[in-house]
Design a protein around this ligand. Structure first.
Ligand code: MSP
Length: 514
C-alpha cells in the first residue's frame, strides 16, 4: 500500500496579516509535504484560519468592523501570500465556513453523547491573546500577566460547559509515553508529561457572554471555546464524520506542525477530544521554536518586526528559495531562532559559493573538456571516495532526517555533499589534468563523479528549494517529471548524458546600505 502522509499547520488567527512566524511554520510544512509527494506518498497538506474567539472580537472592535469583516480582510492576505510563496496546500480551512461549523457541532454532539460534557461555572484567569485558561498558580507565578504577550490576564466568572479533561489525563499520558503519539522534540515532550502529572482540572469549553463563535448544539446561548473549535479543523477539513473518502484516507496519518507555545493544546486537549470521539490519535506532534529578531523579541515598536513587507522584500531581492533555505537552516529544528540580516546574507553567500559554484564549475568544465557529455567513470580511485561516500549516504541521511522532522539536516545534508564535491574538485584539479593528454582517463573519472554529485545535491534540495533545484537540474539536462526522489537519487547520470548550458542560479546581490 502507498504510504500516506497528512501534514497540517496551525490554523492562524486572521487578526492581522501573516508575519515571519506564520510563514516559517507554513514553509516547514510545505517542505515536508513536497518531500513526501516526491517520495511518491499519498500526501495531503492542510492549512487555514482560526476566526472565532475573543481576540478576533476585540481586534475587530478596535478597527470598528465586525469580526467577520476582519477575518475576510486578513484571510484574503493569508491566501494571497501562500499563493505568492507557492505553498502547495491541498486545502485551506476557514473556521467560519459552514462545512467546519456543521462538523464541529457534530463533534460536540458526539462528546455530549460520550457523557464528557457537563454544565458548571468557571471562576479563574484567562489569557485573551493566547485564548487560554490559566491556573491560579500559573497566574501568580507570572504576576497575573500573559507569559506570551505580557498583557494582564483577565478574570472570568461565568456559567459554562466543561469537558471532562481529567478523565483523559492518564490515557493521554500513556499515549505520549508509549510513543503512540510522537511528541517532538524530546525536551518539549518531557515538559508536557510533567505538566500532565497531577493535572486535576476540567476544561471550560463554552461562553455565554460571547456571540462570535460556534453555538453549542445543546444550548444556543453558549458559544464553543475557540480551541475546541480550532483543533477540530484537522478532522472537519477531512469531512468529519468518519466514513468518507478523505477521512479514511488521511486520518490518523497526521503530523501536526505547531509552534512551541501551543503544544499543550495539541498534546492534551486534542488527544483527549479524539479519545472522547472514539477516534485514533495523530502520529506526530512537532513543536518548533520561536523567532526573535536581532536577539530581541519581535515587536513593532522596537522596529525589529519581520513583517510581511520585509518578507516580500527579501523574496523579491533574493528569491523565495533563498528565504526557505535561510529559515530552515537557521537552527536545529525545534530550537528558537533569530533573524539577523547579516546571517541571511551569509546563508545566501553559502548557496552561491557552495551550490551555485558547484553547478557552474560542473557544467563549465564538462562543456570545455568533454563537450558537455558526462564521461564514464572507469575504475574508482582512492580520491574518488571524497565524493562517493557522502553521495552513497545521502538518501539514507535524508530518509532519517525527514522521518524525524530534522529539517535543518534535510537542508544541510545536500549542501554538505556539495562541499565535498567542491573539495574533490580542489583535490583532483580537473583544469590541470586537462592540460595533459596522458591524464585523460583521470579527467574522465573526476568529471564523472563531479556530475554525479552535483545532480544529487540538486535532487536532495528539491523539497527545500523547489524552484532553484529544478532550474539547476534543468541546466544539467535532468528530467525530473514523474520521477520519485528515491529514483532520482539512486539512478546515476549515465555516461553519455548531455548536460545543458550553465546559467547563474544565485545571482550576486549588492548588500543594501542601511
Ligand atoms: N489559532 C491558533 C492555532 C490553532 S491550531 C488548531 C494560533 N494562531 S496564531 O496565529 O497565533 O499562530 C500561531 C502559530 O504561528 C504558532 O504555532 C507558530 O507556528 C507561529 N508563530 C507565531 N509567531 C511566531 C514566532 N515569532 N516564531 C515562530 N513561530 C511563531 O495560535
Amino acid at each position: 500500500m502507498t504510504d500516506r502522509f497528512y501534514i497540517t499547520t496551525p490554523i492562524y488567527y486572521p487578526n492581522g496579516e501573516p508575519h515571519l512566524g506564520h510563514i516559517y511554520t507554513t514553509l516547514c510544512a510545505d517542505t515536508l509535504a513536497r518531500y513526501h509527494r516526491l517520495m511518491g506518498h499519498d500526501t495531503y497538506f492542510l492549512t487555514g484560519t482560526d476566526e472565532h474567539g475573543i481576540k478576533m472580537v476585540k481586534t475587530a472592535a478596535d478597527q470598528k468592523i465586525t469580526p467577520q469583516e476582519l477575518a475576510d480582510k486578513n484571510v484574503a492576505v493569508f491566501e494571497a501570500v501562500w499563493k505568492e510563496l507557492q505553498i502547495t496546500n491541498n486545502d485551506f480551512l476557514r473556521t467560519s465556513s459552514d462545512r467546519h461549523k456543521k462538523a464541529v457541532q457534530e463533534i460536540v454532539k458526539k462528546m455530549l453523547e460520550s457523557g464528557d460534557i457537563y454544565l458548571g461555572s468557571y471562576e479563574g484567569w484567562y489569557d485573551e491573546g493566547q485564548e487560554e485558561f490559566i491556573t491560579e498558580t500559573e497566574a501568580k507565578d507570572a504576576d497575573f500577566k500573559s507569559r506570551i504577550s505580557g498583557r494582564p490576564l483577565v478574570r472570568y466568572s461565568e456559567s459554562t460547559y466543561f469537558f471532562k479533561l481529567t478523565k483523559y489525563v492518564e490515557p493521554v499520558t500513556k499515549a505520549i509515553e508509549s510513543g503512540a503519539i510522537r511528541v517532538m522534540p524530546q525536551a518539549r515532550k518531557n515538559e508536557i508529561l510533567s505538566k500532565l502529572k497531577g493535572w486535576d482540572q476540567d476544561l471550560s469549553i463554552s461562553r455565554a457572554s460571547l456571540k462570535w463563535g460556534i453555538q453549542m448544539p445543546n444550548d444556543p446561548e453558549h458559544v464553543l471555546y475557540v480551541w475546541i473549535d480550532a483543533l477540530s479543523n484537522y478532522i472537519t477539513a477531512l469531512g468529519f464524520p468518519p466514513g468518507g473518502e478523505q477521512f479514511s484516507r488521511y486520518w490518523p496519518v497526521a503530523t501536526h506542525l505547531i509552534g512551541k507555545e501551543i503544544l499543550w493544546f495539541h498534546a492534551f486537549y486534542w488527544p483527549a477530544m479524539l479519545m472522547s470521539l472514539g477516534l485514533n490519535l495523530p502520529r506526530v506532534l512537532f513543536a518548533h521554536g520561536w523567532w526573535t529578531s536581532g536577539g530581541q523579541k519581535m515587536s513593532k515598536s522596537m522596529g525589529n518586526f519581520i513583517d510581511l513587507e520585509k518578507v516580500r522584500h527579501v523574496v523579491a531581492t533574493y528569491s523565495q528559495d533563498a528565504l526557505r533555505y535561510y529559515l530552515l537552516r537557521a537552527a536545529a529544528f525545534g530550537n528558537d531562532l533569530d533573524w539577523e540580516d547579516v546571517e541571511f546574507n551569509k546563508s545566501y553567500d553559502e548557496l552561491r559559493n557552495v551550490v551555485g559554484n558547484l553547478l557552474n564549475r560542473t557544467l563549465n568544465m564538462i562543456a570545455k573538456y568533454r563537450e558537455g557529455i558526462v564521461p564514464a567513470a572507469g575504475e574508482m580511485a582512492e580520491v574518488d571516495k571524497i565524493i562517493a561516500e557522502p553521495l552513497s549516504q545521502l538518501q539514507a541521511t535524508l530518509t532519517e532526517a525527514y522521518a524525524n522532522c530534522d529539517l535543518q539536516k534535510c537542508v544541510l545534508a545536500p549542501v554538505e555533499l556539495a562541499r565535498a564535491a567542491n573539495a574533490y574538485i580542489d583535490a583532483t584539479r580537473p583544469f590541470t589534468l586537462a592540460k595533459d593528454p596522458a591524464k585523460a582517463a583521470e579527467l574522465d573519472r573526476a568529471l564523472h563523479w563531479i556530475a554525479q554529485a552535483c545532480c544529487r545535491v540538486l535532487v536532495g534540495l528539491l523539497p527545500v528549494m523547489p524552484h532553484k533545484a529544478a532550474a539547476g537540474l534543468a541546466q544539467m539536462g535532468v528530467d525530473i517529471a514523474g520521477k520519485t526522489l528515491s529514483q532520482l537519487l539512486a539512478t546515476p547520470l549515465a555516461a553519455g548524458h548531455k548536460l545543458g548550458k550553465a546559467e547563474v542560479l544565485f545571482p550576486p546581490i549588492e548588500t543594501e546600505k542601511k
